[in-house]
Write a protein of this length. Structure first.
Length: 233
């Protein structure tokens, strides 16, 4: 089975952890999209430098070398997005709101739009996007961020419905706090083992892709990691 995967946001903390797992999964080709790369790609990888993904032309250009064929399965993971917090609604500017909608919704809308065109000409396909736990419940100081992630979640659910006719499943993960150097700097040390590791997210994503033909339309909440050492048999 010919399988290719596209990863947007591949150089961030989450994206690189997911890519680490993807490299072990036997894809025929791995397309990595990012603003810059260092070194040389591995044998089965193609690196694509991209700029502002909220601009439709840039996304079209990013996809132009990917050829869909009827015996090829296509997969996509997007870690693209951004965070803004600490401002209550009355202190949040329209520019702040526009920034979150651009980073979290518009970019992924453009990515999904181009991927769907390829999916319609492939043997089957699946896309996974990155939402957030904040999209499910109101949090003070996160109105623009939460609203943009909630809009992304709705987009995923809608795309799942539209994907039925072309054998395309669409899901999203919704992490709470990921185990990254930045998050470790403010999360109490005693709670570090409860943070979800990007490589573990990669394992989850691969399991969803393995079963993409019947798992679709889900926003999977990643609330909390049980410290393995504390689990009693």
């Amino acid at each position: 089975m010919n399988r290719e995967i596209l990863v947007f946001g591949s150089r961030g903390d989450l994206g690189s952890g997911v890519v680490e797992q993807i490299r072990l999964a036997g894809f025929n080709k791995i397309w990595l999209f990012g603003s810059r790369f260092d070194g040389d790609p591995k044998q089965n990888e193609e690196w694509v430098v991209v700029s502002d993904l909220s601009i439709e032309k840039n996304v079209k250009d990013a996809f132009k070398n990917i050829v869909p064929v009827r015996d090829k399965f296509l997969f996509l993971f997007s870690a693209v997005g951004g965070f803004l917090g600490g401002k209550e609604i009355d202190d949040t500017s329209i520019d702040d709101l526009d920034k979150m909608l651009t980073m979290n919704l518009k970019t992924n809308f453009n990515i999904l739009k181009e991927f769907k065109k390829l999916a319609a000409k492939s043997a089957g396909s699946s896309a996974i996007f990155t939402s957030a736990m904040t999209a499910f419940t109101g949090e003070s100081g996160k109105s623009a961020y939460g609203a943009s992630k909630a809009a992304l979640s709705y987009l995923v659910e809608t795309a799942s419905e539209e994907g039925k006719s072309i054998n395309m499943s669409v899901n999203a993960i919704a992490p709470f706090i990921l185990d990254t150097p930045k998050n470790r700097s403010w999360v109490p040390k005693a709670e570090h083992e409860t943070l979800i590791k990007p490589t573990e997210v990669g394992e989850l994503i691969l399991s969803l892709f393995d079963n993409f033909h019947f798992i679709s339309g889900n926003i999977i909440k990643l609330r909390y990691r049980f410290p393995i050492g504390n689990i009693q048999s």
